[in-house]
Design a protein around this ligand. Structure first.
Ligand code: BTN
Length: 275
């Protein structure tokens, strides 16, 4: 099947699922997060949430901390815009959305990978790792009218040869793990669109559970936390650094670190190294 044929089938599957109320799928654009922001600002259909913005290729894919997201064909790239009604009542919980979404991503990736229960891990705050290399990242931003934009990139079938050296060193793509480990599995089935349709079902499940007070996302993190038991160096937003042994994450989504000064519960910061 050609890419347009696959995409048409996937579009139909997504709309049939009934959760997504508006779908915009472009071959090429700057950034799906940017597209979603503009749609929320200017569209008369802004009541149609959840809305989904997908691109086969991004020309200016954005990562966390102002980084660039390597965005060629073969990477699944989309932004899911959700409204206030899908968030928990307490605004204090809203910062957990990226962790909740990451739990859905990890479970989805694991369902496609042989021995995914062991090979897929979550790196705080919201990256999915496959056998020690980054396979997915999430950028959550705010949009007009209080909407939340969940921007997700997953390396499904990515050729990293034209990528910057830093990406080549630390990234991986799902197809590599299927080809290398289970030659019997049919890799042609592994397509960004199919992964997207599976992932939307899981996002609906995990976000719905979280918004009604459940903690399914937290169980996934407890099972898959890459950093638990490792020595970490963390940099806070103000530049200050701290070293400590990781005790996992708490039910709020903070990283717990056993440091010289006692237990620190870190709500935001960058993990500089782990071993
Ligand atoms: C990170 O790990 O730094 C987050 C990467 C997020 C990338 C996705 S791809 C789809 C969406 N559009 C963007 O411009 N960024 C996010």
């Amino acid at each position: 099947m050609s890419l347009p044929e696959i995409n048409t089938g996937v579009r139909q599957r997504i709309l049939k699922q009934g959760w997504i109320q508006f779908l915009d799928w472009q071959h090429e654009l700057d950034s799906t997060n940017q597209r979603a922001k503009e749609w929320l600002l200017y569209s008369t259909e802004s009541a149609s949430l959840p809305a989904l913005f997908v691109a086969d290729v991004q020309l200016a894919g954005r990562g966390r901390g102002g980084k660039v997201w390597f965005s060629p064909q073969g990477c699944l790239m989309f932004t899911l815009a959700i409204g206030r009604s899908l968030l928990p009542e307490s605004p204090q919980k809203w910062s957990q959305l990226a962790l909740v979404s990451a739990a859905a991503v990890a479970e989805c990736v694991a369902s496609w990978i042989p021995d995914g229960a062991r090979r897929v891990a979550l790196k705080w705050p919201n990256d999915t790792y496959l056998v020690g290399r980054k396979c997915s990242g999430i950028l959550v931003e705010s949009g007009a009218g209080g909407a939340r934009l969940i921007g997700i990139g997953i390396n499904v079938h990515v050729d990293f040869s034209p990528a910057p050296a830093e990406v080549r060193q630390r990234a991986t793509s799902m197809h590599e793990h299927i080809l290398h480990h289970e030659a019997t599995l049919d890799v042609r089935r592994l397509d960004p669109g199919q992964v997207l349709a599976d992932l939307l079902e899981l996002l609906q499940l995990y976000i719905g559970d979280w918004s009604s007070g459940g903690d399914a996302w937290f169980s996934v993190w407890q099972r898959r936390c890459l950093l638990s038991g490792k020595m970490l160096e963390i940099r806070y937003g103000n530049g200050q650094r701290v070293l400590g042994s990781c005790l996992g994450i708490d039910a709020q989504g903070c990283l717990m670190l056993d440091t010289k000064a006692g237990i620190a519960c870190i709500a935001s910061g960058e993990v500089l190294s782990w071993q």
